[in-house]
Design a protein around this ligand. Structure first.
Ligand code: XMP
Length: 430
């Protein structure tokens, strides 16, 4: 193993993630583990140099008062106990350490080396994946999103053809997105990739369904069924790869490692399809996942793409999805992305997309009355997606996009710009 590690035990503090980042900023890898890790599990982790018990207010996880197994103190690792009066650690503090104090613990007490970088992280993960998987096979749902793409690239590096990727095209992808998944993973990285064209199946199920929650349920449920059908056709699969990243675990608000990303598309597989999970990114933050993808050689467009909801364009083609409006969303979204990239806004704006409502308005085209749809442009900035402000897009850029949408996208006669912050509006319309 290339990297030394400081383990942070999660006793319910909200500061765990910040602390892990501070340790990593010192150049030392750090992982967060649940408070009830056993001494054996702790000792089995690679290259542990020290342990931080991070107490927080009341040391409560999932509403229950918790503490570590006292045998942890006898494992032989230096222990820094923050906000934890009962600890028998070498170091005790009643607040988070400042940078100098953390440095002293990490380097002087634990004698850790500054060997945390993406190259070493990948080498270590590759070795750990090989140890876990052996000669067996891993199945991965490859959506083309950042997390699943980076996991795929990591697993290809570790186990090559023992990885089976399934890409389901549900017809709600952005323009050329499925094609680029096939191009990058099948043609360039030579992955074992099964491409499932489920466009008709999804659009059929969604026909006439206008309620947003119902649409989401159908898309999520159908995704699992398609994936399950593919999984049943394959033989000898023991593992399921997942693009779980650290923020997924934090968001769930539950115990660190026992949790499977609940909003993940394949989280709901039936009981009789039991796989052990391979989750090599589960300790990484989003920016680190992107850096990992770059180091693994994935294209920048794939690694730096903006967030895209699981139900895809399905929640941007408002109300009951129709093919003409879905095409209008897809084409206008492609134009918006092209023009934002030309104006340098793609690197500045957090999320930008178009939506097409399910009503028409009157217009004139070629000297005749027309009755067509409208495209709404949304461009927002946010830190955590909980609140958001709009990007004040330059008028010339908006004009260019409007002109192109009106000239190039069928069935559209009007373009609007959404000025609403979140709250009260949400980022998406459904
Ligand atoms: P809202 O609309 O709630 O969106 O302000 C906040 C962020 O979440 C994304 N989003 C989703 N992501 N599945 C996802 O994976 C979903 O069903 C979903 N709905 C919204 C949205 O794009 C925004 O970044």
């Amino acid at each position: 193993m290339k990297q030394d590690m400081i383990v942070i035990l999660d006793l319910g503090s909200t500061e765990n993630a910040a602390l892990a980042r501070q340790v990593r900023e010192l150049g030392v890898y750090s992982e967060i583990h649940p408070h009830d890790i056993t001494p054996e599990e702790l000792k089995a982790l690679p290259n542990v140099k020290g342990v931080v018990l991070n107490g927080g207010e009341n040391r409560v996880v999932d509403g229950i008062a918790v503490d570590v197994d006292p045998a942890i103190y006898a494992c032989g690792f230096p222990v820094l106990a923050i906000d934890h009066p009962a600890a028998k650690g070498e170091r005790k503090m009643d607040r988070l350490p400042d940078r100098a104090e953390l440095k002293e613990f990490v380097f002087d007490v634990c004698q850790a080396q500054t060997n945390w970088n993406m190259k070493n992280f990948i080498e270590d993960q590759v070795e750990l994946i090989r140890q876990q998987v052996g000669e067996k096979k891993v199945l991965l749902a490859l959506s083309g999103g950042v997390d699943s793409s980076v996991v795929a690239a990591m697993l290809i590096k570790a186990i090559g053809k023992q990885l089976v990727c399934v890409h389901v095209n549900h017809g709600l992808m952005r323009k050329n997105e499925s094609e680029s998944v096939v191009e990058v993973f099948k043609n360039q990285l030579h992955a074992n990739l099964i491409y499932v064209d489920a466009v008709e199946r999804f659009l059929g199920k969604l026909e006439g369904v206008a309620d947003p929650e119902q649409k989401r349920k159908i898309i999520g449920g159908e995704f699992i069924r398609v994936f399950e059908e593919e999984a049943r056709k394959l033989e000898g699969i023991d593992f399921l790869g997942q693009g779980t990243i650290y923020p997924d675990i934090i968001e769930s608000g539950t115990k660190t490692t026992k949790m499977v990303k609940s909003h993940h598309n394949v989280g709901g597989l039936p009981e009789d399809l039991q796989f052990a999970l391979v989750e090599p990114l589960k300790q990484l933050f989003k920016d680190e996942v992107r850096a990992c993808g770059v180091e693994l050689g994935l294209p920048a467009e794939m690694v730096y793409r903006q967030p895209f909801p699981g139900p895809g364009l399905g929640v941007r083609c408002l109300g009951a999805i129709t093919r003409d409006r879905l095409e209008a969303v897809r084409e206008s979204d492609a134009i918006l992305r092209e023009e934002f990239a030309k104006a340098g806004l793609d690197k500045k704006v957090w999320q930008y997309f178009t939506v097409v409502p399910d009503f028409k308005s009157v217009g004139v085209k070629n000297n005749a009355r027309c009755f067509d749809y409208m495209v709404i442009i949304r461009a927002i900035n946010t830190i955590d997606a909980m609140s958001a402000t709009i990007e004040r897009v330059d008028w010339d850029v908006l004009q260019k996009i409007t002109d192109r949408v009106l000239a190039e996208v069928e069935n559209v006669n009007r373009v609007c710009f959404d000025m609403s912050p979140k709250p009260p509006a949400t980022i998406e319309f459904e």
